[in-house]
Ligand binder design. Structure first.
Ligand code: PGA
Length: 227
């Protein structure tokens, strides 16, 4: 099981160093992957690392961008692509996401493509339609590469809201995704430890994308001890 800890745009340097001090009392695990703000990645050197985003461009004159090879040189193994917050605030579209995925693969890292339905789509029974649309991006890559792109299924209405999809629906949707694209599938959206324990019993899930919970040091220690 893979656990990606998306810390989003939280923490100061001092706060993250305190967090690190607590966490490193426990044995590190490769499958527990920290995704701090890009500027803080070096502060977590030695931990398994993910980036929250990447430039669609290669090395060059792109002020403000952080390219994939820079991330790889910091020891980053995974990169989130198209998180709903980036799609919402930065209007990221399929063409941009394709370029980002290509850059990540070229740098020998693993892209984690985030997909999920909006509240409106969920309420109108359009979840599958919405996911189908998001999965069209795979057609831009040869089928033998699909297994190199992890999918994170996160209902958008569930992110940061404390609301969660029922276990049965998660299982159904994850199986449906795997029927379409044979790759690893993570689940995310308002996860907390007991829910993770419950969902772990679902054998088709390959892991979790964790937001808010990843900020709580005691929860992450539990994860390190019990995962
Ligand atoms: P959440 O965030 O766990 O706080 O809902 C998940 C995510 O945005 O990846």
């Amino acid at each position: 099981m893979l656990y990606i800890l998306n810390q989003k745009s939280h923490f100061t340097k001092e706060e993250l160093l305190l967090y690190r001090k607590e966490i490193e009392k426990y044995p590190l695990k490769d499958n527990v992957v920290f995704a701090p703000s890009t500027c803080f990645l070096p502060l977590l050197e030695g931990f398994s690392l993910a980036a929250q985003d990447v430039s669609p461009f290669q090395v060059g004159a792109y002020t403000g961008d952080v390219n994939a090879s820079s991330l790889a040189s910091l020891g980053v193994s995974y990169v989130l692509i198209g998180h709903s917050e980036r799609r919402k605030y930065w209007k990221e579209d399929i063409d941009l996401l394709e370029q980002k995925i290509r850059r990540v693969l070229e740098a020998s890292m693993i892209p984690i493509l985030c997909i999920g339905e909006t509240k409106e789509e969920y309420q109108n029974g359009k979840t599958i339609e919405s996911l189908e649309k998001s999965l069209l991006i795979f057609e831009r890559f040869p089928q033998e590469m699909w297994k190199n792109i992890i999918i994170a299924y996160e209902p958008i209405w569930s992110i940061g809201t404390g609301k969660s999809l029922e276990k049965e629906s998660i299982e159904k949707i994850v199986s449906w995704i795997k029927g379409k694209v044979l790759t690893k599938v993570l689940y995310g959206g308002s996860l907390y430890f007991p829910l993770i324990q419950e969902l772990r019993k679902n054998t088709s899930l390959d892991g979790f994308l964790i937001g808010g919970m990843s900020l709580k040091v005691e929860e992450i220690i539990r994860l390190l001890q019990e995962s």
